[in-house]
Design a protein around this ligand. Structure first.
Ligand SMILES: [Zn+2]
Length: 208
């Protein structure tokens, strides 16, 4: 989880006007710390016992922090959508969980799935309230394709590199734009290939 969420405003002509990276690093570090503590407490439980008062108390703490994060992220997503008169496109978590392993042992993965599930739930709720349409799209290959030209590239750490037009960008941002393009045009890769696109503009040359 380099970024908990990336919010991008993508226009029909392929223009990108707002990008927001949400991290909540401190809160997530705290959750990881509580999680480790729970692991430890579980390891010293007497045989046959699966939980304890102390463990349940730590779980409640984690749930409160995750809830707080999810409320804030979803609030921001809906605010930005409302301000831009936009619909909302979210990554379909059922897809990513199946792909990355629902029972993954990685704590980061579990934590990520959990928080993202809540973000989706709260976003849907808040968007319904505001009358904003929410579309869930599969994240298939969104880390492997260039959001500008649609060409094949690869992700290495936080950076996405396009093989087609020697371009690099932040990998989470790249995937975020791909999700938006897919929500509007399911069979299109790359903003230059969107029907109303006026071709490759400024973001094409820069390295974000
Ligand atoms: Zn490209």
């Amino acid at each position: 989880m380099r970024h908990l969420a990336v919010i991008t405003v993508l226009h029909r002509d392929g223009k990108i006007s707002d990008v927001e990276f949400l991290k909540y690093r401190k809160h997530l570090d705290k959750v990881r710390c509580l999680w480790k503590r729970i692991d430890y407490l579980k390891s010293i439980l007497p045989e046959g016992q699966r939980s304890s008062k102390q463990i349940r108390r730590l779980w409640r703490k984690i749930r409160r922090i995750n809830d707080w994060i999810a409320h804030n992220v979803s609030k921001r997503i809906v605010e930005i959508a409302k301000g831009n008169n936009a619909m909302i496109a979210l990554e379909d978590l059922r897809w990513s969980m199946a792909k990355r392993g629902k029972r993954s042992k990685s704590m980061n993965r579990k934590l990520s799935n959990w928080v993202h599930g809540r973000i989706a739930k709260y976003t849907l709720y808040k968007a319904n309230w505001e009358g904003i349409y929410v579309k869930f799209v599969s994240a298939r290959d969104t880390s492997k394709r260039c959001h500008v030209c649609g060409g094949v590239g690869y992700r290495k750490g936080a950076v996405f590199s396009c093989r087609e037009h020697s371009y690099t960008s932040n990998a989470d941002f790249n995937a975020s734009v791909n999700i938006g393009v897919r929500a509007m045009f399911p069979n299109v890769w790359g903003i230059v290939n969107m029907p109303a696109s006026s071709g490759c503009k400024a973001p094409c040359k820069s390295s974000k």
